[in-house]
Design a protein around this ligand. Structure first.
Ligand code: SAH
Ligand code: SF4
Ligand code: F3S
Length: 460
């Protein structure tokens, strides 16, 4: 096992964990390679939140097993699926050598020592003390501030895969932040399943750990230019976080606040522990203190028992909030969750038809929201070349994806000002503006409209 490759599914937490394991492997003398073909050890970092990512892993493991028989490839599975019986069965079937649950990632060293025969499924407390080396040459980085989740939303497998919530002490977070800043990182995203509950593990205040609002202010004092965070849970949402955002210039006016459903009846069956009204009060608080706040959400369509009236309430809530963006999911019954065992799934056609209507709503709002930025100057973090190298791609402070044409003296990754000239529901296109407020001369003669043609949209 001298050349390893990691394939990552799932959320930003998995991306962070992939980086953590990669850096561990490198420190143990293993080379990271960028393809399965070049590797003698392939690790799959898995997601179990919906059926689709699980099926992708199953297919992939089938392919990897062939390589194992053909040339002795060592196969590893890490992440959320590894923690579940479903994943362990799969691991046995596909002759997986290394299995690491989300709480045992640092056992990768033991796996190497054991020549790639190792199953680690405990939730250990060593992860929070561990500061991985910073990613190289990146302007953006993730920073895990807590692991696990104390909620029990009836549809969700995450509390099973990632265990109960454990907040990371602030000194580890700030030490890691320092290494990121020294490596040139200019935007950090603080990660947790429920950042609003940071410092309150098992519902109780953890001595010596600040609240999330306090942590935001501490991170803001570090000198990092842009701070984002995800995910906020409406149940634990408090005004002090909005005030910390308002008072801390580095914190972006962007809140991802998953609602899941606009119907209080469905929310109760989901055990989300808030009502439609309570959620709208939070939105009101946000808009009062942060009039330019960009709001995004997660919505599950077709939860068991969701009626057309319930779904209409989701549509009307969307209009009341006026989201800039939403991630929309068809309900997926996950073995091991209460809703899988106690509720009956709706017919597939009902779910997909509702999703279609919601997507139309999402697109219309995104276009309307994005159009309001046309002609305005926004701070953009451009992380690298777009699909067409005449352009750079990145994000605004409100997390909108942007593509801008390279300009004289501004043709490499960095933080710039861009004038938005053209938008679609999924993308903003613009030109770079100098310190004097004038458009910078473009490198070749590309326009934002040409950018739209040259840079196909990401999947809706
Ligand atoms: N802790 C975060 C969510 C993490 S999972 C939160 O509570 O907001 C990310 C999203 O996946 C959830 O917000 C939910 O919308 C979706 N999701 C979770 N379980 C699902 C399931 N069984 N079917 C469909 N979508 C699901
Ligand atoms: Fe899942 Fe709910 Fe926890 Fe989010 S808060 S990870 S949806 S159980
Ligand atoms: Fe993330 Fe999927 Fe696990 S969404 S927390 S990788 S189940």
């Amino acid at each position: 096992m001298t050349k390893a490759h990691i394939i990552t599914y799932g959320c930003q937490m998995n991306e962070y964990d992939t980086h953590l394991v990669e850096s561990q492997l490198v420190s143990l003398g293993v080379d990271m390679v960028d393809s399965v073909d070049a590797a003698d050890f392939v690790l799959v970092n898995t997601c179990a939140v919906r059926g689709k990512p699980v099926e992708k892993v199953r297919t992939l493991l089938g392919e990897l097993r062939k390589l194992k028989h053909a040339r002795g490839l060592v196969i590893g599975v890490m992440g959320c699926l590894a923690q579940l019986e479903e994943g362990q069965q799969m691991a046995r079937k596909f002759e997986v050598d290394v299995l690491l649950g989300p709480g045992s990632l640092l056992d990768i060293g033991a796996a190497l020592e054991n020549n790639g025969r190792f199953w680690g499924l405990q939730f250990k407390d060593d992860l929070h003390d561990h500061v991985p080396p910073p990613p190289q040459g990146k302007l953006q980085a993730h920073l895990t501030i807590m692991r696990g989740c104390d909620h029990h939303c009836t549809y969700c497998i995450v509390p099973t895969t990632r265990g109960p919530q454990v907040s990371r002490p602030a000194d580890g977070i700030l030490r890691e932040l320092d290494t990121l800043l020294a490596a040139g990182v200019r935007e950090v995203t603080l990660l947790g399943q429920n950042v609003n509950a940071y410092g309150f593990d098992g519902g109780r205040r953890v001595p010596g750990i600040p609240t999330f609002a306090e942590l935001l202010r501490m991170v803001g004092a570090s000198g990092v230019e842009r701070i984002k965070f995800t995910t906020s849970h409406p149940m634990n949402f408090t005004e002090d976080v909005v005030l910390a955002m308002r008072d801390t210039p580095a914190v972006c006016d962007f809140i991802h606040l998953p609602v899941q459903s606009g119907s209080s009846r469905v929310l109760r069956r989901m055990a989300r522990e808030y009502t439609r009204e309570r959620y709208l009060e939070h939105v009101e608080t946000i808009k009062r203190h942060l009039p330019n706040a960009v709001l995004s959400t997660d919505i599950i369509v077709g939860f068991p028992g969701e009626t057309e009236e319930d779904f209409q309430e989701t549509l009307s809530l969307y209009d009341e909030v006026g989201y800039d963006h939403a991630y929309m999911f068809i309900y997926s019954a996950r073995p091991g969750t209460p809703s899988y065992h106690h509720f009956e799934d709706l017919p597939r056609e009902v779910k997909t038809e509702r999703l279609g209507r919601l997507i139309e709503k999402q697109k219309a709002w995104a276009l309307r929201k994005n159009a309001a930025y046309v002609g305005r100057d926004l701070q953009v973090l451009l992380r690298g070349d777009a699909h067409d190298a005449a352009f750079l791609e990145g994000h605004t402070r409100g997390n909108h994806p942007v593509v801008v044409s390279k300009a004289v003296g501004a043709d490499r990754p960095g933080i710039y000002t861009a004038r938005i000239e053209h938008v679609t529901p999924h993308m903003m296109y613009g030109r770079l503006v100098g310190a004097d407020g004038e458009l910078l001369p473009e490198l070749p003669r590309f326009t934002p409209e040409a950018a739209a043609l040259a840079n196909p949209l990401p999947m809706a």
